[in-house]
Write a new protein. Structure first.
Lengths: 202, 408
């Protein structure tokens, strides 16, 4: 999966590729979908959510350029797969999930698999997680129509947010948001399709 | 006897068309509106298959026509009453969104297709048998068929205006059963009479306990109801679909919010049409979400110049109307084709907009935007179009496409 569908498609960060090889994706997908766990496609995990396509997970991780000393916030824990990938790359991962069933299951799974530097909280991701701010990077794993102001506020100077922006059930644009002093810049990366940010609809 | 044949053909024809409309509504709610095309294909397959069946077994079918016709009619009614709840069973129910991930969904889709095919097949077979059996009166029978079909279309629309889809299909199911009672077989029709009675009891039961439609977990409404504190506070049927209003303290809506915005207050209430997001319901106080539109491109025309007279096409839940009011527009015309939504809008703006305000409440028109534009001769300082296509990368592409509901 990593060499054929991720590395071949342009993800070059060696640490990210290693993390993708190490994390057992089949343990994050529903049991009935295990046979397809390493195919490069999203999979349903219930509650109207999906586990993202591996390439997108790797790409978004690479875009924020994770470093071992960093602290990263993830909005939309879902299955916990992205958090698990980040766990091996950074010092601390904080992840928010608004659906209690998903968040609790992900927390249990991450704990059981030994991802000790991941903290899961059941909360509306719109407000970020101020208690542990600022963050070196913020990864939003569900489509939003706009960039929540709180996330920009909780981003460290020089930090990066990667977030799909656009209407749900249509194409969105994966955006990179960078904060340099008082200046916020955005850059369109690629068209994507994500399930909607659960805390709002459009 | 002749008149009873005409009535029966008309009733079953009405039922077949009405049931198509009911199915379209149901599939639009539990899945997406695209399945309307599937319903039409199913109906055509049913008619085609019935014709083929008739041509293969013509003699046998005609030999038993007297008993077969009422039986087929009653089976049609029974199928109409039961296929929708059957298709909602967990081991049959398909989810189009999962087709990409769970290949077993394809079989569920095929099975559902087969279920919905049954009433069209049996109803069409009955019509085909009558056509052949009484070919000397084909003109009048065909007239009854067409008349019934037309009435069925109107009936389906009227029923959808007043009743939820679960009730509509069951009501329609009575028509072929009644048609069967008009054509009871000669002699001792007790078995048929008994069967018809049982089916009517089943229909009555379904009327009292209509099928609960289970939406795809990926529909906007399903996901909205997962939000903390979310609840459906209102639900109304309508010819455009079922309108539901959901409230949740964490519902937010601010498309394309500027990075300069400090916050986006929750809208708290949103409207859904057939389970799909329709619009947010906002107030116009300083802390309300409509002020957030001041941090989106929607504010641009108001910043460029004063807009006294504003036309809002496809007003929906009235967010742009409220925005126009908040920006000082004094004459607002809002066009909205959905009667349920329009009624809610009118109710909302019925009272005084603001104490001491010197402008009139918005004027509402129930029309498709295109129809309104062909009739309206007034001039406006601003015409607000609905958000077309997606927000983001493909907005430009969508803007290049002609939108027939909005252009002349």
């Amino acid at each position: 999966m990593v060499s054929q569908t991720i590395e071949n498609r342009g993800v070059k960060n060696k640490a990210v590729l290693q993390s993708m090889k190490t994390v057992p994706r089949h343990l994050f997908v529903p049991e009935k979908n295990i046979s397809g766990a390493y195919e490069d496609r999203p999979m349903p995990i219930g509650y109207g959510q999906t586990i993202s396509q591996p390439f997108i997970v790797a790409y978004m991780t690479e875009v924020v350029d994770p470093k071992p000393h960093q602290k990263v916030l993830e909005i939309g824990t879902g299955s916990g797969y992205q958090a698990a990938v980040l766990s091996g790359l950074v010092k601390e991962v904080y992840t928010l999930e608004i659906i209690p069933e998903l968040g609790n299951a992900a927390a249990a799974k991450l704990g059981k698999l030994g991802y000790k530097n991941v903290a899961v909280k059941i909360q509306d991701g719109y407000f970020g997680w101020a208690a542990h701010a600022p963050y070196d990077a913020i990864i939003v794993t569900a489509a939003a129509e706009y960039i929540p102001p709180a996330l920009i506020e909780q981003l460290r100077d020089g930090g990066k947010i990667v977030i799909p922006i656009g209407s749900p059930f249509m194409n969105q644009m994966l955006m990179l948001v960078e904060k340099k002093g008082k200046k916020i810049t955005t850059k369109s990366l690629m068209p994507v399709v994500f399930v909607p940010f659960t805390r709002k609809k459009s | 006897m002749k008149i009873r044949v005409y009535i029966s053909v008309a009733l079953v024809s009405a039922a077949l068309i009405g049931f198509q409309l009911a199915l379209i509504q149901v599939l639009s709610i539990v899945q997406w509106y695209h399945f309307a095309y599937m319903v039409i294909a199913m109906a055509m397959l049913g008619f085609g298959a019935a014709g083929s069946f008739l041509s293969l077994f013509r003699q046998k079918l005609l030999g038993h026509a007297d008993r077969l016709i009422p039986l087929l009619l009653t089976v049609t009614g029974l199928a109409m009453a039961l296929v929708i709840p059957a298709a909602q069973l967990s081991y049959i129910r398909f989810d189009a969104y999962l087709l990409f991930a769970d290949y077993g969904q394809i079989w569920k889709l095929i099975f559902t297709y087969g279920l919905f095919f049954i009433p069209f097949f049996s109803g069409a077979l009955m019509i085909g048998i009558v056509f052949i059996q009484q070919v000397e009166r084909i003109g009048k029978i065909y007239f009854a068929n067409l008349l019934g079909s037309g009435i069925g279309g109107i009936l389906g629309m009227l029923l959808a205006t007043w009743f939820f889809p679960g009730h509509v299909s069951v009501f329609i199911a009575t028509l072929p059963v009644i048609a069967g009672l008009f054509l009871l077989p000669p002699g001792r029709p007790y078995p048929q009479l008994f069967f018809s009675t049982v089916v009517l009891i089943v229909i009555a039961f379904r009327m009292s306990y209509p099928a609960k439609l289970k939406l795809s977990e990926y529909k906007d409404l399903s996901k909205a109801l997962l939000l903390p504190g979310a609840q459906v506070i209102s639900s109304k049927p309508g010819p455009h679909g079922v309108v539901q209003v959901v409230s949740s303290p964490v519902l937010r809506y601010a498309p394309g919010l500027s990075l300069l915005a400090q916050d986006a207050e929750p809208v708290k209430t949103a409207t859904f049409l057939n389970g799909n997001w329709f619009g947010a319901v906002t107030g116009w106080g300083a802390g309300d979400s409509v002020m957030i539109l001041d941090y989106t491109t929607a504010a641009l025309p108001y910043i460029m110049a004063k807009r006294e007279k504003v036309l809002v096409l496809e007003a929906g839940t009235g967010m742009e109307v409220v925005h126009a009011l908040s920006r000082g527009a004094h004459e607002i015309t809002a066009v909205e084709a959905n009667p349920v939504i329009l009624s809610a809008l009118k109710h909302r703006f019925a009272g005084p907009i603001e104490p001491g305000a010197d402008y009139a409440p918005p004027a509402f028109r129930q029309l498709e935007p295109r129809s309104f534009l062909t009739r309206d001769t007034a001039g406006y300082d601003l015409v607000v179009l609905p958000i077309i296509g997606t927000f983001g990368g493909s907005v430009g592409m969508a803007a290049l496409q002609e939108q027939f509901v909005l252009t002349r």
